[in-house]
Write a protein that binds this ligand. Sequence first.
Ligand SMILES: O=C(O)CCC(=O)C(=O)O
Ligand SMILES: [Fe+2]
Length: 330
Amino acid sequence: MPHSTVPERVEVKEQLYVNDGPLKPEQVGLIRPVARDTPIEELQRRLEEDGFLLVKGVIPREDVLRAREKYFKFLSPCGVLKKGTAPVNGIYNDNEDVSKFPGIGSGAAGANGHPGEQAAAFVDLSLQAHTEPWYAEDLCRHPALKEFVAELTGWKDNTFGLRRSLLRNNIPNTKAIGVHYDQIFLRYGEPTSLTAWVPIGDVSIKGGGLIYLENSVSYGEELEQQFTEKAMAAGLSSEEAKSAFNKNMMTTGLLTEDPGEFARLNNRRWMVSAYEAGDVVFHNPFAIHASTINHDPNNVIRLATDLRFVDSSRSYDKRWDNHYTLDDGV
Ligand SMILES: O=C(O)CCC(=O)C(=O)O
Ligand SMILES: [Fe+2]
């Protein structure tokens, strides 16, 4: 058999949904994961070429599942879990009205919105979880993750994990994060950060995982350039231009809420995957991504976090030195 370097086109059979409806089969491709022990040059090449890299088994599975269990035990007093189910499974209590559980970081409670009173207990606990040691220390500062990033980036001892992170709890059938690239939210620093998207538990293919626009880094860079030019032309100060929410941007800082239309307009596919506890997807600050709506067949809440790493010898966005709060303006 002649060896082909062109990856096989694998069909995704499941129907995936984004905020603006179902994705068409031709709008979807499957991410090719890599093993943790792949030679580092190969991992670097793939990250450079694709703008993202799904690595299997970066963090020991049991450590990730421990964080998942602690998280759902912590949240269970607000009634979000189905009665009689084990917290580690994170099964949603669908007897309740979904408006009681506005997910963090998907636009429902949102980075800039405030929840109604009914939902306050859920949102309070979701926020508090960000500073619990089993999350902020044990998971976010996991040595296996940091060591991997140090190797992948070549930053070695300068590898620094930013404290601000979004611990996102996507309830089945609620809104998903819209289309964006991360540099928009990190503009007070050089565009040299690396995001590590860490699913905290298994995420089925329909379970609301992250999706990446194929070959999107140069397009993200172009869009950022256009935003800068527009801001200058409109007479914004360089300080104003840095805001993800300046008057040239959407109020959420997103490119659009609608991944389906975005893929159609740009004639590109969304690359998708199921994920397992222990996997990490790394991405470039200009890689364009979004999430699917969580339609998990077993009503599993999709829990994940986005951790950002920088080279501490370079300038980075210091607003990310503090834990996330609803009104931190980032
Ligand atoms: O988890 C999500 O839905 C969004 C995550 C994200 O945008 C990121 O990791 O940069
Ligand atoms: Fe992102």
